[in-house]
Design a protein around this ligand. Structure first.
Ligand SMILES: NC(=O)c1ccc[n+]([C@@H]2O[C@H](COP(=O)([O-])OP(=O)(O)OC[C@H]3O[C@@H](n4cnc5c(N)ncnc54)[C@H](OP(=O)(O)O)[C@@H]3O)[C@@H](O)[C@H]2O)c1
Length: 291
């Protein structure tokens, strides 16, 4: 597995990242296996959010870390904050909304550290753009969290380029990524400026749902001859397709099956031919060719 900088100023992450969004659907024992399988495959970066599994995923993951603290040095932890929704675990919230106040970001980071059983986060992301975001306030809290050594790097998720640039303008440190939805079932970021901005800033996007959340319909399992040409599965080809982009996209895989983590890890070995890449794009565009 390749480990490489997400941004010219760090951090260095594994090129394939394991995402834990769906891990509340499996047992704690399986979570432990998924962590160990990822690490064995060289997938050292894990993507969390405070809200995953209705606020339970960080804690279940943290049990493995608390049982084997030496694992922490072998991994990088990403988590997110700002989404609030009604939940029995958050009784004061009655409507889904976003909260980027200093008070909430500080509380959320402290809580994530406690749940995960760690003293620092490698990367903290603002999960969704908050229409009430005050960039002065966010800058102040980011500076405090960095100075305290609680968060090493900062980024955003699901921001438009203008939202990204606006926040960056007020920060003394770089936003190192925008975590966005990109896959063969969501190709807009190739054309809407999201990836152009990453290239311009020396940053890389993290791709969520890189297999379209498992919903991409690959009717033909040989996928018009490419599976046999590369001796690869369609999911490996889909990840290789994302990683071919010059902005060095980091796909975040969401499987709950250890064998599929192993399968995904091998996708870094495939370098797609340019014309195969465009043929896959054509397929993603419903059979339309580029103009
Ligand atoms: N920033 C955001 O707003 C945001 C939003 C959503 C997700 N995320 C992050 O992105 C991560 C990945 O999202 P995702 O789970 O939608 O990713 P994904 O890898 O596109 O989809 C995973 C789903 O596809 C299924 N699947 C079907 N065939 C598969 C195959 N051959 N290989 C692997 N999986 C296959 C998996 O089922 P099995 O479990 O049965 O393998 C699982 O349900 C999340 O864990 C989270 O960290 C971020």
């Amino acid at each position: 597995m390749i480990v490489q900088p997400l941004h010219v100023n760090g951090p260095s992450f594994s090129r394939i990242i394991t995402g834990v969004w769906r891990w509340h659907t499996v047992s704690p024992e399986t979570v432990e296996r998924l962590i160990h399988t990822s690490l064995e495959e060289g997938i050292t970066t894990f993507d969390h959010a405070d809200i995953y599994g209705d606020h339970t995923c960080e804690e279940v993951f943290g049990r493995t870390l608390k049982a084997t603290p030496a694992l922490r040095k072998k991994m990088q932890l990403v988590t997110k904050c700002d989404i609030k929704f009604p939940s029995s675990r958050r009784p004061n919230t009655w409507i889904k909304h976003y909260d980027t106040s200093e008070e909430h970001i500080t509380w959320s980071v402290e809580n994530s550290l406690k749940m995960l059983g760690t003293d620092h986060l490698d990367l903290l992301l603002i999960h969704r753009p908050d229409p009430l975001l005050n960039p002065h306030e966010v800058a102040e809290v980011f500076v405090k969290l960095k100075a305290a050594g609680k968060v090493l790097h900062f980024g955003v998720s699901n921001f438009t380029p203008s939202q990204f640039n606006m926040l960056q303008h007020y920060l003394p440190m770089p936003l190192v990524t925008n975590q966005i939805e990109i896959s063969l079932s969501r190709i807009d970021p190739l054309f809407n400026g999201d990836l152009d901005l990453m290239l311009q800033l020396g940053a890389s996007a993290m791709a969520w749902s890189p297999l379209g959340g498992g919903k991409i319909n690959f009717d033909d399992r040989d996928w018009f001859g490419k599976a046999s040409k590369y001796n690869a599965t369609y999911s490996q080809l889909s990840l290789a397709w994302l990683m071919k982009h010059p902005s060095n996209i980091f796909p975040i895989i969401g499987t709950t099956k250890p064998e599929r983590i192993k399968e995904a890890a091998k996708s870094v070995d495939f370098d797609l031919d340019k014309q195969d890449w465009f043929e896959m794009l054509k397929w993603a565009m419903g059979g339309r060719e580029m103009p």
